[in-house]
Design a protein around this ligand. Sequence first.
Ligand code: ADP
Ligand code: MG
Ligand code: MG
Length: 208
Amino acid sequence: MSSFTVAALEAVADTIVQNKELLTSLDAAIGDADHGINMARGFEAVRVKIRAAAPGTDISGLLKLTGMTLISTVGGASGPLYGTAFMRAAAAAQGKATLDPDGITQIWSAALQGIKDRGKASRGEKTMLDAMEPAYEAFVEAVKAEKSLVESLDAACEAAKEGIEYTKTIIATKGRASYLGERSLGHQDPGATSSYLMLAALTEFCRS
Ligand code: ADP
Ligand code: MG
Ligand code: MG
């Protein structure tokens, strides 16, 4: 499970690095054009750290290493937010040697709450939460309906994608994009997009 977790985190890191330009150009429209740069810097560091982690580092330890690395390297609003999400995920993963859908639900719930606590935002403010929260809810619903892990993740991805579309229709009231007021309309949120990309990478990883 430890090498599985490393590989899953690597898949997430790879996707962020590959989408650096996209995330930066989205942030250029409604922010300060650095979301991709920030996130790629952070996940490049994560890749190095998790590969160098002691063999046998458990799921919780790897998530914690990821969170600490993001907090110390990403900068910007997204660093502490995603960093806190991974730190809370690590705490929720403590003692778990394997991950089943219920375990993933607990970990995801803790991560989501971490973002809310840290950013004091809620859904509808044009942030990463507009992708992350509906995705989480779709996952929970699918698990309850006894869908497989991959089916449940697919449902979550679909909801995250809808969440990205939704961010185009609302005005930002948190983060830098809020300075634009109505001019933030029509643009998709960079953080919602990075959330979707991470989730999609995790889903593809679990499918393979
Ligand atoms: P910065 O805005 O400091 O340059 P980034 O560009 O890396 O940081 O990240 C911007 C993203 O952070 C936004 O697209 C949004 O999704 C997210 N964000 C900003 N503020 C908050 C908040 N209070 N709560 C949740 N997400 C937020
Ligand atoms: Mg920015
Ligand atoms: Mg910035």
